[in-house]
Write a protein that binds this ligand. Structure first.
Ligand code: OGA
Ligand code: MN
Length: 378
């Protein structure tokens, strides 16, 4: 996906609860939507060609944006596991089928490790969360034969933070909570940002979201980064989701769109501070199959200086088993402007910001903390 302007209106209907804003109403509608029914008729599908999308209410909302193709070479695109730049579409960028596995594997196997921070750290020791992949891989590989086994640790993973670690309570980043940002993900982000006209983008913070089929992400604005002139990049893998892109205020009805595996969303300019949410992850048609682009790992035909690596059959089996009922989303942010430092002392204005809405944790329907329902903000 590209830079998108807010659009309003939706074909979805549902009685509003008293005092409910337009965004919340559509969030509820899509949370309880039934895949395969007319419920999803109004959701924009970027994977359908522009002509085939027709002139329905969704079609008119797709904004074509120009990519700065000369700033990314085909070689660097290939190194990052992306298609040659000439194939990138103006409203959307799709990952190179086959190399999506690299990023899925990194999210599950590598980025989930220390010193990165994850949701499990709150209740578990460093030793217990040291290697979620090792502890879970056998469970996942024999998933078919034992569907009723307890969830493995990887399946309990909800989020991981990278670089400047986002503090969910203060809704801030800080200079003293930083670990090195993964260089392969930084490289991918730089290529995508450059193609969208943002040369010199610095990947400084990442939030990785791990969705099960019953997970939702509450309505929020990502405003904690100190430089809002830099884009926010979001990469999606695995099962498709409904993404709601709203306006600056929550009383503006959001635009629903599908986020498929390999889609990249760039929120920049006006859209950088828009409300958004994920009310629904869609189960695959067969219940436990993978999107076509993730079917099998492609034979490795990578440049010698590639940052993506071939995925072994064993690793692929674990990732495939996991992704049959899951979605993984990586968001990459530049926190500081070049030359900028974190403020030494929070200003009065920043203190007030803490109570305003910010990013929300993932919310599971069966989890005990139902943030999306408990809090009016998310
Ligand atoms: C986020 C976010 C969207 C998604 O992490 O801030 O908005 O598609 N993620 O998961
Ligand atoms: Mn967000």
């Amino acid at each position: 996906m590209g830079k998108m302007a807010a659009a309003v209106g939706s074909v979805a209907t549902l009685a509003a609860e008293p005092g409910e804003d337009a965004f919340r109403k559509l969030f509820r509608f899509y949370r309880q939507s039934r895949p395969g029914t007319a419920d999803l008729g109004g959701v924009i599908d970027f994977s359908v060609s522009h002509a085939a999308r027709g002139t329905g209410p969704g079609a008119t909302k797709v904004v074509k944006s120009q990519l700065n193709l000369s700033s990314v070479s085909d070689h660097d695109a290939l190194r990052a596991g992306l298609q040659p730049v000439s194939k990138w579409q103006a409203y959307g960028l799709q990952g190179y089928p086959g190399y999506q596995w690299h990023w899925v594997k990194q999210c599950l196997k590598l980025y989930s490790r220390k010193p990165n921070v994850c949701n499990l750290d709150k209740h578990m020791t460093k030793e217990e969360t040291q290697d979620l992949w090792e502890q879970s891989k056998e469970f996942l590989r024999c998933k078919e034969v034992n569907k009723r086994r307890p969830r493995s640790l990887l399946e309990k993973l909800r989020w991981v933070t990278l670089g400047y670690h986002y503090n969910w309570d203060s809704k801030r980043y800080s200079a003293d909570h930083y670990t090195p940002f993964p260089s392969d993900l930084a490289f991918l982000s730089e290529q995508v940002a450059a193609a969208c006209g943002f040369q010199g983008f610095r990947a400084e913070a990442g939030i990785l979201n791990y969705y099960r089929l019953d997970s939702t992400l509450g309505i929020h604005v990502d405003r904690s980064e100190l430089d809002h002139s830099r884009p926010l990049l979001s990469f999606s893998f695995g099962q498709s989701a409904i993404f709601l892109l709203g306006g600056l205020k929550r009383d503006e009805a959001p635009t629903p769109m599908f986020m498929h595996s390999g889609d990249i969303m760039v929120m920049s300019g006006f859209s950088r501070l828009l409300n958004h949410a994920v009310p629904k992850v869609l189960p695959s048609a067969e219940g436990d199959s993978l999107p076509g682009c993730l079917g099998t790992p492609l034979p490795a035909d990578l440049p010698r200086d590639s940052v993506v690596e071939p995925c072994s059959l064993e690793d692929w089996q674990v990732c495939a088993s996991y992704l049959k009922t899951a979605r993984v989303n990586m968001t990459v942010r530049q926190v500081l402007a070049v030359g900028q430092d974190f403020p030494l002392d929070p200003t009065e204005e920043n203190k007030r910001d803490i109570t305003a809405e910010g990013s929300c944790h993932l919310d599971d329907d069966n989890s005990q903390v139902k943030r999306a329902r408990l809090s009016p903000d998310c």
